[in-house]
Ligand binder design. Structure first.
Ligand SMILES: Cc1ncc(COP(=O)(O)O)c(C=O)c1O
Length: 450
């Protein structure tokens, strides 16, 4: 018997989707995001150019009220103070001030920005390790809330107070072990070692300053609310001792900022797998810790929060355009964007979400996104599965509302415009794109080089 010939089957070419599978199935469909708060991305780019930072007033307001209300449910007197360095564009600060926020400044520049924004000086909190003599005098005269950072600043304040013949009300900044990693112990007086107690004794001995507040900022992007419970409990215990032994009753306890935003830290910076806690979790931890305070209800100090990133990060998006596509030597696809680490400082430690602003057909493949700088470190995202982007395609990078605008650099390229989308979907430029004149404004050429 002769073997039967197999039936002829016409060959077909099947595309192999390598890299796109996982045990849950295919990678999630990449849905483009064509608008921000209902405003088409293309309309924003046509109006203000690319790259472009875009802030959403609606998100700012919603996040602010959510946190404030969460804390107010647990503590009778709550005061938010907008941390200027997180984003000190005037338009942004004014939204927070309109919502009732004070200003938290860490330099004279920030103090003056807050004053220009109409914040009364007695609603400006003056923090930071470097306050000049003129700055401190201005702060005393204006009744600002000055939180002292170190003994030299205390001595300087005492001299100014003596010269002016006044006894200013002040706070001191504390640092402590409370479980936040890394431990920030370079600012303020250490609570655990007894240094903070010495600072208060020294202040009382001088008789030139009156202690009315305690301040602490445990760190930033603290994913564990327990750190706040512990920190607040330690501060409350210290406050009890101040009252019992020195007769000092506090007007305010300022717990700084540090709540995490919904950004994702790169894994090497993460202490473990932890999701971003909700505002209520932080609020409960802080106020539970403070409940150790042995004050009558009507005497309780104002709880001040200087939350920055958790309020604004998600309100900010960076729109960038594709400049070019290329293949790297190892086979990876590389995309060059018109925005890099010059404007996106946080890409060094956060893994941002990157979403195309238009449908992108094609098979997703491992890609790396570079910025426009002629610098090897200019990497916006070192690994992402993306279909090939065409020149001119836009991507949205988010959340980027915290610290990127304030820390962006005039390096190789000038800084881009910033737009704000208002509560009713109207939009406006809140900072124009820079020009060469902005870059050279402070420069001069000496005679011998003219
Ligand atoms: C004193 C002080 N308050 C508030 C903040 C705001 O911190 P965050 O953005 O982490 O909430 C900072 C930031 O470093 C700070 O130094």
């Amino acid at each position: 018997m002769t073997a039967k010939k197999p039936a002829y089957e016409r060959p077909s070419i099947q595309r192999h989707r390598a890299g796109a599978m996982n045990k849950m199935g295919a990678i999630p469909a990449l849905r483009p995001q064509r608008d921000i708060d209902g405003v088409p991305v293309q309309e924003l780019i046509d109006a203000y150019g690319s790259p472009l930072f875009v802030y959403s007033e609606r998100t700012i307001v919603n996040k602010y009220r959510e946190l404030r209300d969460a804390v107010k449910r647990h503590w009778p007197k709550v005061q938010m103070a907008w941390s200027y360095k997180t984003c000190y564009l005037d338009a942004i600060c004014r939204i927070y001030h309109r919502e009732g926020s004070w200003a938290e400044a860490v330099s004279e520049v920030e103090v003056h920005k807050a004053m220009r924004n109409g914040v009364p000086t007695n609603k400006i909190i003056f923090n930071g390790p470097h306050k000049s003599e003129e700055g401190l005098e201005e702060a005393i005269r204006g009744g600002m809330k000055i939180n002292i950072d170190h003994f030299d600043e205390m001595a300087l304040l005492e001299q100014i107070a003596e010269r002016l013949g006044v006894v200013p009300e002040v706070g001191i900044r504390l640092n402590m072990a409370a479980g936040a990693i890394p431990r920030w112990d370079r600012f303020g007086f250490n609570l655990d070692s007894g240094q903070a107690w010495d600072a208060v004794r020294r202040m009382l001995g001088g008789g030139r300053l009156r202690l009315v507040g305690l301040h602490a900022h445990l760190g930033t992007f603290i994913l564990d609310p327990e750190a706040y419970r512990e920190g607040a409990r330690k501060i409350a215990t210290f406050a009890n001792k101040l009252r019992a032994e020195l007769g000092i009753r506090l007007d305010y306890i300022d717990l700084g900022g540090g709540f995490a935003s919904k950004s994702r830290l790169k894994s090497q910076y993460l202490p473990g797998e932890q999701a971003t806690p909700a505002p209520t979790q932080y609020a409960e931890a802080v106020t539970d810790g403070l409940s150790a305070l042995e004050y009558r209800h009507d005497e309780l100090p104002v709880l001040i929060l200087e939350t920055g990133r958790a309020l604004i990060d998600e309100a900010g998006t960076l729109i960038a355009s594709t400049i070019a596509n290329k293949r790297l030597a190892d086979g990876r696809r590389a995309v060059i964007l018109d925005a890099g680490v010059n404007v996106l400082f946080t890409s060094f430690w956060y893994r941002h979400n990157i979403v195309p602003a238009q449908p992108v057909p094609g098979t997703p493949e491992p890609s790396v996104l570079f910025g426009p700088l002629c610098m090897n470190i200019d990497v916006v995202c070192d690994h992402i599965l993306l279909p090939p982007l065409n020149v001119g395609d836009k991507v949205l990078i988010k959340p980027v509302g915290a610290y990127n605008v304030t820390q962006s650099m005039q390096f190789i390229h000038l800084r881009p415009a910033v737009a704000l989308i208002g509560l009713d979907g109207q939009h406006a430029e809140i900072r124009r794109v820079e020009t060469l004149d902005d870059l050279v404004i402070g420069e001069s050429v000496p005679d011998w080089l003219k």
